[in-house]
Design a protein around this ligand. Sequence first.
Ligand code: MLT
Length: 393
Amino acid sequence: MNTNQNYKNLNESYLFSTIAKKVNDFTSQNPDTEIIKLGIGDVTLPLCSAVIEALHSAVDEMGEKETFKGYGPEQGYDFLKSAIQNYYKTNNVNLDLNEIFISDGAKSDLGNILDLFDKDNTVIVPDPVYPVYVDTNIMAGRNIIYTDANENNNFLPLPDLSVKADLIYICSPNNPTGAVYNKEQLKQWIDYAIKNNAVILFDAAYESFIDDNNLPKSIYEIENAKKCAIEFCSLSKTAGFTGTRCGYTIVPNALNFNGMSLNKMWLRRQTTKFNGVPYIVQKGAAAVFTQDGQKQIQENLNYYKQNAKVISNTLDKLNIKYTGGKNSPYIWLKCPNNMNSWDFFDILLNKIGVVGTPGAGFGKNGNNWFRLTSFNTYEKTQEAMKRFYNLFK
Ligand code: MLT
């Protein structure tokens, strides 16, 4: 038996596990410090009442012989897929029901989708980037080409026509930088993908934070995207499902390569390796797309957006450069004095008990950058930024 040697090429632990360990070590040595976490993008507001009611009633259904559900369709129940189909219509995107696949969140599908692609495919990944894109490809032994996202391109790299790639990862609004592609910029990536016979893996997990109507929430708002893009989305940040787990992946029927349909391959993959998201959770997820659900999640999203304002106002006052915070829950700031981001992490943790995410954890272009999230409570975000201000003023 030989183990997968590619694992030797990974960092010892996943970024957020490394941070959690550092914070745990600090807390056990400093039990009296009140730690405020603006690190991992985990929500703090509870599920909205429309979702809670739907979950309760689904639990009741599971307790009655007449309405009890066993295995469901691996790709999700039609009631949820129809709700998502209607949601896309509000952005002028028409999807067939069979193009929508319900999942337990974007992270798993972003990793699992690689089952469809040859090991020798070349992958373009922006740097900095959500580490899952990189780690899953390292595990599979794929060749990764990094494209620089930095101050010079406002953290929105565009295709380099001299580079040939087969798979392209795009996250917009971006994790970690908060930068958002406009339609013209995304079109350049779509044109590039079509020219290269490549597939774009488009992570739209933060689309619900977009306020600017001119910015695309789905890549399918742009012509020809269905010929080259798979879209991943999640209710984690949109509706507080980080612990409840539900997302969806769109694999258009128009994606045909080497005489094979990616939609059919993904269905085959999911029916073989996945037994679907629990009925109860799918019922809760469907409630997100009702009129009440949409209104209630907007209130929660507005709450986080207000936190983002607290953070960006403090950075403005301190003259610290940042991106994001608008149309995004992430604020990506330049470490004062061009400090190394892990050193900056240690300073914030040790001096003011505030946890963020070092930019270096997302790639070399993040070495002097740092990510804060707007997902904590308003009070704690205010307190964290008060401490931050006092430290750097
Ligand atoms: C993050 O903090 O980058 C995200 O919460 C991680 C995730 O969504 O898996």
